[in-house]
Design a protein around this ligand. Structure first.
Ligand code: OAD
Length: 247
């Protein structure tokens, strides 16, 4: 890795508030396809074609077939070295993980203090908003598509945030507050194209955080962070973890 990580290692050791923002690239080594990579298409569709309220209203079964395919794939995946390092770091006071991923792999790795910015693929809720609280569902594949709301019998939807929908206000508030407090803000495995998630790094930087990107590809934020690390998350985080622990 041809970057000088000396300063980052010192800052990681001394950080009182460390915030990590993750995206699909963190789960790539586990076998979960990213959205905008070569493997990002399902049938002929892109995420933007299916992850919308309009697509669901038009064809809920099609949208559910995509989610069912993703759930079944994810159920067969396990956390990788990147998830494991972040789980270890999460034992430190002042650590916050904000993830755009809905796959639940950070939680499965044992990470504490995870903010699921875009919800969870393992949570369902009533599409008609009948008043039933969201519920957990880990069945993969699902027995019937689309699944139904146990309270009203209407169609259920995935408990995720779709394009055109607002982030839960409490989640946004907690994420923005964590970013503003951060001494070190690390963006890992995200294309930094989808807002408001991508705005968190800018918010952290404006508030004085040392900003880092870990991504083997270049993104819009590569040039504005204090330290871009052009490497896969599972390698870069394992290397940083080993150096931070060496004392
Ligand atoms: P993307 O698919 O847009 O970007 C994945 C990023 O991961 C790319 O920049 C890759 O270069 C990088 N990458 C690939 N392999 C990697 C590895 N081993 N280590 C580190 N990085 C790697 O996924 P997101 O940025 O997560 O939202 O996408 C953001 C949002 O758009 C998602 O949460 C989802 C999506 O459509 C909704 O569904 C609302």
């Amino acid at each position: 890795m041809p970057v000088d990580t000396e300063e980052l290692v010192t800052r990681l050791r001394n950080a009182r508030a460390l915030v990590v923002l993750t995206g699909a690239g963190v789960s790539a080594a586990s076998g979960v396809p990213t959205f905008r990579g070569d493997d990002g298409l399902w049938r002929q569709y892109q995420a933007e074609d299916l992850a919308t309220p309009d697509a669901f209203a038009r064809d809920p079964r099609l949208v559910w077939e995509w989610y069912d395919w993703r759930r079944t794939n994810i159920a067969n995946c396990t956390p990788n070295a990147a998830h494991e390092v972040l789980a270890r770091w999460s034992a430190r006071p002042g650590f916050t993980l904000i993830t755009q991923n809905v796959d639940g792999l950070h939680e499965r790795a044992g990470t504490r203090n995870v903010i699921g910015f875009h919800g969870s693929i393992w949570e369902l809720r009533c599409a008609a908003e009948c008043g039933a609280p969201p519920w957990d569902n880990h069945e993969a594949p699902l027995q019937s598509l689309p699944p139904s709301c146990p309270a009203c019998g209407g169609i259920a939807r995935p408990g995720v945030v779709w394009f055109g929908e607002n982030i839960d206000p409490g989640v946004l508030e907690r994420s923005s507050a964590a970013a503003a407090r951060a001494d070190v803000f690390v963006s890992v495995g995200t294309s930094s194209l989808v807002y408001p998630a991508a705005g968190l790094l800018h918010h952290a930087k404006r508030n004085g955080a040392f900003t880092v990107e870990i991504n083997p590809g270049a993104t819009d934020v590569s040039r504005i962070v204090d330290l871009p690390i052009a490497a896969p998350a599972e390698d870069a985080l394992a290397m940083l973890d080993a150096r931070v622990r060496m004392g």
